[in-house]
Design a binder for this molecule. Structure first.
Ligand code: UD1
Ligand code: MG
Length: 456
């Protein structure tokens, strides 16, 4: 238990997403929408964090438990069976917060961009009374309006549908994020009715109930409190989050050549002096260590790139790709679930899947690990300092020993001992004068191409 707890409202259907997936599971920079307010609440040491679920509750809960495996007992998942409004949703969390007597932070599951400085200002408002975030969006339509007294004190919040013409003109809106003393919250919720245009229980009525004791309105930038209601909102929020993520990496010593065209997920970690060229996608829990360079148009997903390595242009690192220090992976190379040892090079047109490759290996252009037999994924092992000639296939399970050579164009099906040469290509035949004879025949036949026959 701490002094601060949180309630995250996430029971709504999200009808406007027009989706078979619950709205709060739609992703932003590689994480579901609902991840962000929960992560913020945990970062603020809120305990407990009650996440009010409704629509497809079991599925959403399982997704969150998987994302926050160490949050343990701090997360609670009350269910609001029927969505009867925001006050009704908060009430659904009452039992989960039963023994809690501090302040309650109310967050929305579909407001992912709330920044730490803004929430810190909300938390710094005078204690023991309600504080909430307000904003001035370019177009206030749809939001609850903040009504103030002549002296500037907050009087109440009026929902769009309950607004008179004068109230509708007000530009200051309720962001829906509150900090409320728990005792006041439960007492006030018992007094909130549903006599309004939507016959719903409005959490906003708290503000009018508390106005006598004074309510603190804290101004927030609109882009931080904008909710995600449809896929257009989702794209706008994603672009903002991406810009924020890129900016933070830049300040931490990463060169990003074209930030607007670089997609870095929230879970990605980048070292100092990493360079990212235009058009790259770094997804999932990718890690790129100090001084590595990700060249243009490369796609990395749950991959690990060691210090000083060079990836791309046009490379694809799939989950489980691990490149040790100074590895080079070049154009049109795909690496999946494979480790490449220090200084190993695979520079052109190659597929490496389920491979364990030692240090100092040269993987020639067009090498393919044949790792799949239609049923099983099979392993290729290449020892330190081996040389794989261009256009070779390594048919797994197979092992090429340390310092061994595979001749270009070989199909390797049996293990190659250390320091050996494996060569499987057919011997070359050279037929002198063959092309000239063919041309003559074709001319004699009035341009008709002759039957192909190999004659010495
Ligand atoms: C609410 C506020 C409005 C504010 C706006 C800011 C009320 C009555 N109005 O309006 O003043 O300007 O947010 O975005 O609070 N939810 C539930 N259960 C419910 C209803 C809602 O969990 O029964 C959740 C939704 O999933 C959502 C959040 O609460 O995450 C807000 O609900 P929403 O319906 O979007 O409220 P608004 O009408 O936008
Ligand atoms: Mg809303």
């Amino acid at each position: 238990m701490s002094f601060l707890s949180a309630i995250v409202l996430a029971a709504g259907k999200g009808t406007r997403m027009k989706s078979d997936r619950p709205k709060v599971l739609h992703e932003l920079a590689g994480r579901p929408l609902l991840y962000y307010p929960i992560a913020l609440a945990l970062e603020l040491s809120c305990d407990p964090v009650a996440i009010v679920l409704g629509h497809r509750a079991a599925e959403v809960r399982a997704a969150m438990e998987a994302l926050f495996p160490t949050a343990g007992g701090r997360l609670r998942f009350p269910v609001q069976e029927e969505q009867k409004g925001t006050a009704h949703a908060v009430l659904a969390a009452r039992e989960a917060l039963d023994d809690f007597a501090g302040e309650v932070l109310v967050l929305y599951g579909d407001v992912p961009l709330l920044g730490r400085p803004t929430i810190d200002r909300l938390l710094a408002a005078p204690a023991g009374r309600i504080a909430f975030l307000t904003s001035r969006p370019p177009d206030p339509t749809g939001y609850g309006r903040v009504v103030r007294e002549a002296d500037g004190r907050v009087a109440r919040i009026v929902e769009e549908r309950d607004c008179g013409p004068a109230e509708r003109m007000l530009g200051e809106v309720n962001a829906g994020i509150y900090r409320v003393p728990a005792a006041f919250l439960w007492d006030a919720l018992d007094r909130i009715g549903s006599a309004n245009a939507q016959s719903e229980f409005y959490l906003t009525d708290l503000v009018a109930l508390a106005a006598g004791q004074g309510v603190t309105a804290v101004a927030a930038p609109f882009e931080e409190v904008a909710g995600v209601n449809d896929r257009a909102d989702l794209a706008v929020a994603a672009a903002r989050l991406r810009a924020r993520i890129n900016h933070a990496h830049q300040l931490a010593g990463v060169t990003i050549a074209a930030p607007e065209g670089t997609f870095i997920d929230a879970g990605v970690r980048l070292g100092r002096d990493v360079t990212i060229e235009p058009g790259c996608v770094l997804a999932g829990d990718t890690i790129v260590e100090d001084g590595a360079r990700i060249r243009a148009y490369s796609v990395l997903e749950d991959a690990r790139v060691g210090p000083g390595a060079i990836v791309g242009p046009f490379a694809r690192l799939r989950p489980g790709a691990v490149l040790e220090a100074d590895v080079h992976v070049g154009n049109f190379v795909e690496v999946k679930n494979s480790r490449l040892g220090r200084g190993t090079k695979a520079n052109h047109l190659t597929y490496l899947g389920d491979a364990e490759i030692g240090p100092g290996v040269n993987v020639g252009a067009g090498t393919i690990t044949c790792n799949y037999d239609g049923v099983n994924k099979l392993k290729t092992v290449i020892g330190e300092g081996a040389f794989i000639g261009s256009d070779s296939q390594l048919v797994a399970p197979v092992e090429v020993g340390a310092r061994a050579y595979v001749g270009a164009g070989s199909t390797v099906t049996e293990d190659v001992p250390a320091d050996a040469l494996a060569l499987t290509r057919a011997p070359q035949q050279t037929v002198e004068g063959w092309a000239a004879r063919r041309r003559e025949k074709q001319a004699a036949a009035g341009g008709k191409p002759p039957k192909q026959r190999l004659k010495r």
